[in-house]
Structures are given as structure tokens and as C-alpha cells.
Design a protein around this ligand. Sequence first.
Ligand code: ZN
Length: 340
Amino acid sequence: MEFFPQIMGNKATKERLGRAILQNTFPHAFIIEGPRGCGKHTLAISLSAALNCNSAQKSALPCGTCDSCRRILNKNFVDVKYITKKDGKSTIGVEEIRSMREDIYLSPTESAYKIYIVEDAQVMTPQAQNALLKIFEEPPAGVVIFLLCDNIQQILSTIKSRAQLVRMQRLADEAVRSALLKRPELALLSTSSPEAFTAAIKLSQGAIGRAVEMLDTEKRDELAEEREIASTLLERLVPGKEKFKLYSAIQALPQKRNDFLRSMHMVLDGLRDLIISKYDENTALLFYTDMTKVSELASRIGHARLLRFYDAFTAARNKSEQNGNMTAILTDLCAIASRV
Ligand SMILES: [Zn+2]
């Protein structure tokens, strides 16, 4: 039997979860962890469908064709409920979990299992998590709770110890590519703008949803612009060029934290390509598309200089991730550039 055909990769996880459903040993609480766009949501929906699938003879779980499966997979099913941030709020508060608690002890309306999917579980306030813990301590029969999160560090250990953890696997670029090619509009794009298509796959870091997001028309232009900024900056690392040009390339980096982090990701991937070109000309490139150009640029910049900039940009990225002051981070980079 094929388990969860909606999910790419993650073979061992699918097998384990599928067996648990068949053997009726499916736990009542799950934490599904992985970066944005990696398929946490699709997995939770697919599991919900599998738990409530009505098909007697199936070659796949969920069968995907019975009435229950179709409605759950189309997100049109009363016993699969979502808990999300309220509009304009940055956290999931205790009120949201309390109203979930009021609902949870009522029997399911039309299915075997009642499912709750908590999106962005990492933004639950500690009070909300404590309220959730009360449910975990006395779980009602026939209820399954999925906590979807980017980062499990923000989940209380008392919650973690009462839920089973599923870590989504990072997919290989080729798997992301073949998933994208199944969508007609993206297949078309792969021939009309092959560079943008490949760039989105590389930047998605194995998350199909992120690649799809980046290929959205508006995002695509933004992405091309960001690539241009990163590429100009890397060009200007060549020593001897007027220093002010390097400064202006650093100043051209986006100042908003998330945008800056995305740019750092590109710059670091580019630097990695340049550094590795010295050792292995056959390596798969992360940022560039043409190894000849990479080797040529790498020799103009020089190996030691590349390594020093790699350290400087890694430090800048880390500081930014730790909420460092963005102006100070960019100033530091300029200062380092004048010394290197
Ligand atoms: Zn079914």
C-alpha cells in the first residue's frame, strides 16, 4: 500500500505514520517541524484524510477518492479545524486555545476523528501552551492535534514530551524540480525563464512551497532584483577596484531583516561556489549557473580574500538572525571591507 501519495520524499516518516494508522496506534498529538513551505500543512491534511478515509479497499492511504478524503483534501470538512493567529496579531493567545478546549470534548460531527491543526505553533504564547498542556493531559478519544512549527525550540518541553515529533525532510533539488514540473503553469515557466526557475529551486532549500512562492510573477521580479544585488556585490569583491564601489554594493543590500537574510543567503551561496571552485570543478553550484565564470571570478578575487569575506558575511547573517541592529551590521560590513 502506498502511504500519503500527496507528500514527496520523507519515505521513512510516511511508512511509520501509515503503519500507526493501520495498527490503530496513532498518537493523539504531533509536532510537525520543518521550514516554511516544506509541506507540513500538506502532511497534516493528508494524515487527517488517512485517519478518516472511508474506502474499504485501498491501494493508497488516504485513498484520495472517497467522499471523506475528497472533502478533507479540499479543506472543506467540518471535523478538521484550524487554529491560527488572529488577524493583525503576531501570537496565538490563550483565548484561541480556550475556545479549542470548549470544542474539543464535543463528539465529532461526521467522522471517526476530529482533527485540530495549529498553524505556526511556535508563536503560541506560554499561557496558550500551558492551556494546551491541560488538553494533552486528558486527551479526549478520537481527537488528534497537529502542531505545525518552523522551530521546535520555542515549544515548551512539557508539550514536546507529550507529542510525537515528525521532522520534515529537506528535499533534493531534483525532487523539488519534478514536483514543480507537475504544475502546468510552472512547467511552461521552466522553458520560458529557465534561470528564474532554477534559481527558485536552489533558493527553496528543499521546500516546494517556497519555490512556488518565489515563482509567483511579482516575487519573480523581486528575486531577479535580489540576485542582481548579490551578484554585483560578489563582483566587487575583486581587489583593487575603487573601494567606494564595494561600499555602495554593501549599502544596496536590503535593510529589512528578512530581505537582508535572503540576500545574505544568496551572497553566501555565491561565495561558497567561488571558494569550492578551486577544489572541485564538477561540484553542483548553489548560486551561479556557469562554472567557467565562477572559476574566473574566484581567481580574480583570490582564495584568502574569499574566505575572509565568507566569515564576515556569515557573522553578519548570524547577528541579523539574533535580532542585531541592522544599521550596525551594515556599518560593520563596510568597516571589514575597508580592512580586507
Ligand atoms: Zn478515502
